[in-house]
Ligand binder design. Structure first.
Ligand code: ADP
Ligand code: ADP
Length: 215
């Protein structure tokens, strides 16, 4: 079977991680989040983690060569042989070119770029209430609270707030997104693989809209 790569596109806080986790279960493809991979390296104190930290703390993008190498290594693992749901990658035109090439080398293709279109005021509200689990499950104090405060419903791990979700960094991350990542919307539109979904809707409605687009 040809490997299929689905790309979740959207601003910080748009809901990429939340939706990717659910789509991953629906389609039986692994959820690969570049942010989670970086945070894993950071936690382990690897050389790559040390390098990435200063970019992540300031809300800048980690350089392309480092990011592409890390994602490539992950996609070459056996559990990705049928494809993956990519969340947070690609984020630059160079990364978009890299995933085309890599998908081809791995005997697959980018099936669709799923763009979550969200109003900017909502992004800030979503990020300021976000709580995450070390395993990538995502909660919100108002919109998606865990059953037990501070504990992940799925694996019982302790939830935390990300350092880069504080207000000053959030504003900068949104600017970086608009400058470096938003051009990918036009890139995928031109290739005929873009699907735009109204990401302002509630979590379940967004999920339904995405599944319709995937078909
Ligand atoms: P968000 O909630 O903004 O989507 P992520 O967890 O995807 O956050 O990313 C957190 C940080 O990790 C980014 O601000 C950036 O520093 C780094 N990062 C994640 N993915 C990439 C990427 N594809 N290219 C460069 N840097 C990345
Ligand atoms: P991203 O990966 O794009 O940065 P997340 O999936 O981490 O976004 O979601 C950001 C925050 O917004 C989380 O706290 C999440 O629970 C919440 N959230 C996600 N989707 C929605 C939605 N459709 N409506 C309300 N809150 C949402």
């Amino acid at each position: 079977m040809t490997a299929r790569y689905y790309i979740m596109l959207g601003a910080p806080g748009a809901g990429k991680g939340t939706q990717a986790k659910q789509i991953s279960e629906e389609l039986g493809l692994p959820h690969i989040s570049s942010g989670d991979l970086f945070r894993h390296h950071l936690g382990e104190g690897t050389e790559l983690g040390v390098l990435a930290k200063k970019f992540m703390d300031s809300g800048e993008l980690v350089p392309d060569d480092v990011t592409i190498g890390m994602v490539q290594e992950r996609l070459e693992q056996d559990d990705c042989s049928e494809g993956a749901i990519l969340d947070g990658f690609p984020r630059t035109p160079a990364q978009a070119e890299a995933i085309e090439l890599l998908a081809d080398q791995l005997g697959g293709k980018v099936a669709k770029a799923l763009y979550l279109d969200v109003n900017k005021a909502l992004l800030v509200e979503r990020l300021s209430g976000r709580w995450v689990c070390p395993d990538g499950h995502v909660y919100h104090t108002v919109y998606h609270p865990p059953k037990k405060p501070g504990i992940c419903d799925i694996d019982g791990l302790e939830l935390y707030q990300r350092d880069d979700d504080k207000k000053e960094t959030v504003e900068h991350r949104i600017t970086v997104y608009l400058e470096q990542t938003a051009p990918l919307i036009a890139y995928y539109r031109e290739r005929g693989t873009l699907a735009t979904v109204d990401g302002d809707q509630d979590i379940e409605q967004v999920q339904q809209s995405l599944l319709q687009e995937i078909g």
